[in-house]
Write a protein of this length. Sequence first.
Length: 162
Amino acid sequence: MTDRDDRQPDDRTEPTRNSLPKAYRDLDFLNSADARPLRILSEHLGPDARFEDHRINDTIVFFGSARLQPRDVAVKAMEAARGHGGPLEIAKAERDLAMSRYYEQARELAFRLTEWSKGLEGTRRRFVVCTGGGPGVMEAANRGASEARGIYIGLNMSLPLE
């Protein structure tokens, strides 16, 4: 049997029509391992319905490291590490500064793609920047689209270890 066994009606009573919730209203069931396929399906259908509501036809998805920083933030962290940090802090700050170029490249690419998309004839909702809504590359892409005065989508992704 499944982990739902402890939610069965009392054995001494006959279940009535209204004694058990509909499965789609039963949060214990919906959060169970048995309902995982439903949760996965809803993660597809939910955003798809919202895209349709907002007449978004196409998306360009950005994903990548959530730990990348903008160059100006990485430069300040480097200066702080050189002033007060030990060798490990300095090495990390150097690595973060080197990697910040990918943040800036994602930001620039999202800006350019948004500008291009806005120039397409006959539509305002084509090739919209779409991210998981997190920091790093996703923040950079959202920033680039915003700087181009375009729309962008953050899908509220979550990672179990983040």
